[in-house]
Design a protein around this ligand. Sequence first.
Ligand SMILES: [Zn+2]
Length: 469
Amino acid sequence: MNRKRILSVALLLVCFCLSGIAKAPKYVFYFIGDGMSLNHVLGTQYFLAKQPADRLGIAPLCFTQFPYTGLAATFSGNSDVTDSAAGGTALACGVKTVNGTVGLATNQATRLTSIAELAKQQGLRVGVATSVTLNHATPASFYAHQRSRNDYYEIGVQLAQSGFNFFGGGDFEENVKADDRTAPQLYDVAEDAGYKIVRGYDKFKKSDKVILIQDKKALESTLPYAIDATDESLTLAQITTAAIEVLDNRKGFFLMVEGGKIDYASHANDAATVFHEVIDFDNAIRVAYDFYLQHPQETLIVITADHETGGLTLGNGQYALNFPALHAQKVSHVGFSRLINRMRHDTHDKVSWEQVREALRANFGFWDQITLSEKDEKALYDEYRRSIADNKKVSMAKSLYYMDEPISALAIRILDRIGMVGWPVGSHTAAYVPIFAVGNGAERFCGQMDNTDIPKRIAEVAGYGTIDK
Ligand SMILES: [Zn+2]
């Protein structure tokens, strides 16, 4: 080989390598565990290690094995403790705003551009998915611009105007406009904008613009908690699978998936339900990870959270955890409330202590796998007398998203104490949130950063341009 030939081959090799390095990921997955801090993730891994055998230590989730990890602070534009609207806006638009506001700057007027909107401007297909409602704060941060996260109808209208290709979740929150009954329902607004509304995964068929929600039998407008789900329930993993089918194309796509009920369960201080939610979120991430394994050079997956909820502690005074106890729980706080409610209905408000005791045994393992102290047993019986037997007006146990039967909240409080987890608050805290990343560009998500850095870095790596202009 002459020198000229060697040089040109070398040049070609350099070009080839450089093009390999410079190539941006075509497929971006952005997973947000609402309320999911370090202890929610780590606690789930302790929980997983306790079944089937009670092993010391942790069993990994899929996403905790990703090669790159980081940490983010989540303070908002007006508080060290963010809500999901400001937290979502930071993660979507790369700008901190005031709590309660979606997709607008701190003046609550300047419209921000989200990374999803930026991806769409690049001609990519875009999807937004969640386990809660389609127009809830976190998903809304990616397509809506509203002073108040509670303006569900207006946010729903902006969903239809977004032109994104896929939306998936429980349902709309407030399908009708509260102060104007003549306004069209959000379903009609979306259909007029060209969306095909699909109710249930079995009815799902790929088309250009899809909204996938639960069928009409669903008990609430969010997906059920994973711990309460039946074979018929729509799951976040199914929604993610459908999203990929709708979005997949040669140019690329951007998909945000929110595990929204980690936050709901944390507001209710229900540890077993939280851990089942994190596992469910991980199952959705596994769908994306399988896609990554088929397109490793072209895919980036980033996992993070918008804030911590509940101040969850792993340990409550003794140098131990008792997570096998948490595996005795078979329903969520809501599931148990529904059960008691059904008993009230079936017995015409004459529920016996034996019936309640049997339900507590079957669903929390009390008197069975779990020995109760006299004090706990008395507390449960007293609560039964007060809120069930006396049959007066019950003052329900209130958490942010649910009103529970007091005995349900009490049973979970007792079980969580026996499991040795602590919940100092029923609201958000300023704790660190984790970042996990795999794929092309994943190395950019290492170390401590601000929550606003995450979408900025995704936009940069994926070649979407500058996000916070
Ligand atoms: Zn919350």
